[in-house]
Design a protein around this ligand. Structure first.
Ligand SMILES: *Cc1c(COP(=O)(O)O)cnc(C)c1O
Ligand SMILES: [Zn+2]
Length: 429
């Protein structure tokens, strides 16, 4: 039984049946899935959810599918870590890391959205899926179309990180590198989508795709013991994830699954591609498109489709937005790695660094609960920090050599800490 009523225009409210459609024919506003919440309230309790498989589908009544899911059955339910070491480093009392760096199967939160989009695409009878991607979406579509028995065509800016390219072609996907930015890729894909009858997960399937992001927030609330945090920091590319985190919280409150805690939502961008936070900080009504120049390639969207709505959410929730330089992004990656043992990609570095900045500014208070949204894995963006981490200490396979090295390390550790010892040794070795 499905509780999905149909699609509804976010601007004029016009209603549409469940079709592969993403813009309103009357006003060109974006379409969004709508639900029968009264019906959902009668069946979806905490106990029902807790009794189900640990995946995004434990919240299936709130995802826009009509039949049982067929793609990505094991996706989601990633760890929420109480980050004591990070908390000490930042001087805050209660901070958590939601770790989608280990999302199954392709190590980013895009596995969530793609599972929903492809399950829906199969309901519609599509045989081929496609996407315009900044990298992680490419990986998720390539992997999940294989396990879901669909064909795929994947379009990316040609200069993405090696791991994101290999992590797409390894699955046998058709990968097309377009000479241009993501915004050029996206424009091309809109034309391709109009001509070829494919399920473009983030174009004609976007209303279904985007809803998958809600599972990221549902899990946070459940994992906090059915509580809502006071503050959540979310990275923004198109701005979709941020708007869906907000929607998810509002839905759980409305369904009585959690109590309202006045949660504030904070958006994080790289300064080299910060159309949304720049507009917010300047108090502009709408953002100005930019040409991206940042190491955070997964967030490099200069014309963010949901940028306007993301600004509304940050304002309405009482949150805020910030952006950070590439240097700060690298420091953010290292901070999370060195405190919590979590290696995130550049997007996670953005989120971490923005969290730190907002705490330092006093915008996020130190004595209230904070959740940091880590959305991707550091092994995919190694280029960004390769020359900023220590090299191994090379020795011959002789005990005396190691003993000598060990003494030297201990000496330096007493002086200035292990990390300094490692770094300085690697330069002199
Ligand atoms: C795509 C992506 C985002 C942001 O997604 P939007 O919903 O487009 O804002 C954040 N983090 C990572 C790692 C991503 O790949
Ligand atoms: Zn409309």
């Amino acid at each position: 039984m499905s509780f999905v009523k149909g699609l509804k225009c976010k601007e004029c409210g016009e209603e549409y049946p469940k079709e592969p459609l993403h813009v309103c024919e009357t006003c060109f506003g974006p379409l969004e899935a709508s639900y029968d919440y009264d019906g959902i309230k009668k069946v979806l309790t905490r106990e029902v959810i807790e009794g189900r498989d640990r995946s995004i589908w434990r919240y299936k009544e709130l995802l826009p599918i009509d039949e049982e899911p067929t793609v990505g059955l094991k996706v989601g339910f990633t760890p929420l870590i109480k980050a004591e070491n990070l908390g000490r480093a930042l001087g805050v009392k209660e901070i958590y890391v939601k770790n989608d760096a280990v999302c199954y199967p392709t190590l980013s939160f895009k596995d969530r959205v793609v599972s929903v989009a492809l399950s829906k695409a199969k309901e519609f009878g599509f045989k081929t899926a496609a996407c315009a991607s900044t990298g992680n979406l490419a990986n998720a579509v390539a992997s999940l179309t294989v396990s879901g028995n669909l064909e795929s065509y994947i379009f990316i800016p040609y200069d993405l990180e090696q791991a994101k390219i290999i992590g797409t072609t390894v699955y046998g996907a058709n990968l097309i590198g377009v000479k241009g930015t993501y915004d050029d890729v996206n424009r091309l894909c809109s034309e391709v989508a109009g001509k070829f009858g494919w399920a473009f997960v983030n174009i004609n399937m976007r209303p279904y795709y985007a809803e998958g992001s809600k599972s990221f927030a549902y899990e946070i609330l459940e994992q906090l013991g059915w509580r809502t945090p006071r503050h959540i920091v979310v990275p923004m590319a198109s701005g979709s994830l941020l708007t869906k985190v907000w929607k998810a919280i509002k839905e759980f409150e409305m369904l009585g699954l959690v109590e309202s805690n006045g949660t504030k939502i904070y958006g994080a961008q790289a300064t080299g591609c910060s159309p949304i936070t720049t507009a917010l900080k300047n108090d502009w009504e709408i953002f100005k498109p930019v040409k991206p120049n940042t190491i955070a390639k997964s967030l490099a969207i200069g014309t963010p489709a949901d940028g306007f709505y993301a600004m509304c959410v940050m304002r309405e929730s009482g949150g805020w937005g910030e952006d950070v330089t590439d240097e700060e992004i690298i420091d953010g990656i290292k901070l999370l790695a060195e405190t919590e043992g979590i290696f995130t990609e550049t997007a996670g570095g953005v989120t971490m660094a923005v969290t730190k900045k907002l705490i330092a500014q006093g915008v996020i208070p130190k004595n209230e609960s904070i959740v940091v949204s880590i959305t991707g894995n550091g092994l995919k963006t190694q280029e960004a920090i390769a020359d900023r981490v220590a090299q191994p200490l090379i020795i011959d396979a002789r005990l005396e050599e190691f003993e000598e090295l060990y003494l030297k390390l201990k000496e330096q550790e007493d002086k200035g800490g292990m990390k300094d010892a490692l770094c300085s040794h690697s330069h002199t070795a």
